[in-house]
Design a protein around this ligand. Structure first.
Ligand code: HEM
Ligand SMILES: *[C@@H]1O[C@H](CO)[C@@H](O)[C@H](O)[C@H]1NC(C)=O
Length: 365
């Protein structure tokens, strides 16, 4: 019987099959007592203080290497590649969902697949407000790849969920038209997942806050700008940018980088004041589903939906890098690959009491 993530399972109650992002929000609103439709933009306003936990672990990271499973599970990369291809054929949004899942895993407690753990007491990362917009398709892509890996008797229970997630993220990039790159492997899975450990960047962060967050992970401003290029695929819900479209009475005035006026009017059509909580818009208005440098051109045209994206062009200190990536896709791809390697080394765990190879990605052994 195939394993399903609780999130995917909950979504399937309403949709039959977790193909659309729509059912996720319904699932989340049943799961939690904080309906995001109402609290979304207020919640991001409330994100005043940034706490950055340093997760750098140079000793463990030094042991990662691309050939880690060469004798343990020689067909690993082919198995994951084919499985992700199937997931992407089933759902157009699975690539973006998987790439984002990798970021949300690595940035919290390191790349240890802790984001996938479902705790029976309800205290786990994916149920935190910041992870509520993660889509079930990302979880399902990893669960399906894990099932495919474990079907091979040589590989069964020998490949960590953290490594499968790292490989699935790479495949999501490559199979969307992005750069191919080697993935360092040898991560162990963590055993702990709690709501309170989730600290992630918010859409109202200015450049200084974005830099502070990423430097806490050992990443530079250039890494941050390159990784934000992950927004070249995928979508955002209206609640993440509706504050930039209207003036809300009584709301604390807040800086919003300039938006192209025709585009702003168009987005008011997409997200009216009584927008549906399931409505989404593409993060890259230029080339929505293709992994390319269209995201940076979107920012140059001032069509970035998230304030945290558009600020990269609005702030003089980061604009040159945006212009560079917009003009030269090879430069973006090179920087993205380098930054993904750094992201993939954050807080890596090796064999020991605090880590294991999980048999079921949603459960500690
Ligand atoms: C720089 C700070 C970042 C902020 C503030 C941020 C914020 C967001 C937000 C608000 C969304 C839309 C969620 C929704 O409404 O459904 C989103 C989507 C996404 N993010 Fe980020 N993000 C950041 C960095 C990253 C990084 C580093 C990556 C990976 C390299 C990434 C990958 C994605 C992807 C692929 C999506 C689309 C997800 C989907 O379509 O389901 N983001 N991000
Ligand atoms: C684009 O960037 C690449 C990689 O940094 C570099 O080798 C190449 O010369 C650049 N191309 C142009 C036209 O500037």
């Amino acid at each position: 019987k195939p394993v399903r993530h609780e999130l995917a399972g909950a979504a399937s109650h309403t949709s039959g099959r977790a193909r659309k992002g729509n059912s996720l929000r319904e699932a989340i609103e049943r799961e939690t007592d904080r309906p995001m439709a109402k609290l979304g933009w207020l919640a991001s306003l409330a994100a005043a203080v940034v706490v950055v936990v340093t997760l750098r672990s140079p000793l463990a990271a030094a042991q990662l290497r691309p050939g880690y499973y060469a004798s343990i599970c020689p067909n690993l990369e082919t198995i994951v590649r084919n499985s992700v291809r199937q997931s992407m054929a089933q759902s157009q949004i699975s690539a973006g969902a998987t790439l984002r899942l990798f970021f949300h895993d690595c940035a919290v407690r390191g790349c240890d697949a802790s984001i996938m753990i479902v705790n029976s007491n309800g205290d786990d990362e994916w149920r935190s407000p910041d992870d509520q917009s993660l889509k079930p398709q990302g979880f399902q892509t990893v669960l399906d790849a894990k099932a495919a890996v474990d079907k091979d008797p040589q590989c069964r229970y020998k490949v960590s969920c953290a490594d499968i997630l790292a490989l699935a993220a790479r495949e999501s990039v490559v199979q969307s038209g992005g750069p191919n790159y080697q993935v360092e492997l040898g991560r162990y899975d963590g055993k702990v997942s709690t709501k309170s450990s989730v600290v992630l960047p918010h859409v109202d962060f200015n450049l200084d806050k974005l830099n502070a967050f990423f430097s806490g992970l050992g990443l530079s401003q250039t890494d941050m700008i390159a990784l934000s290029g992950g927004h070249t695929i995928g979508v955002t819900h209206c609640d993440k940018f509706v504050r930039r479209l209207y003036t809300f009475k009584g709301a604390r005035p807040q800086y919003s980088p300039p938006m192209n006026l025709a585009f702003l009017r168009q987005m008011r059509g997409t997200c009216p004041l009584n927008y549906s909580p399931t409505t989404v818009a593409m993060l890259d208005a230029v080339t929505p589903n293709k992994f390319d440098n269209g995201y940076y051109q979107t920012l140059q045209q001032q069509k970035g939906l998230l304030s945290s994206d558009q600020v990269l062009f609005a702030d003089r200190r980061s604009r040159a890098t945006v212009n560079h990536f917009a003009a030269n896709q090879t430069a973006f791809f090179d920087a993205f690959v380098a930054a993904m390697a750094k992201l993939g080394r954050i807080g890596v765990k090796t064999a020991g009491s605090d880590a294991e190879i999980r048999r079921v990605c949603t459960k500690v052994n």
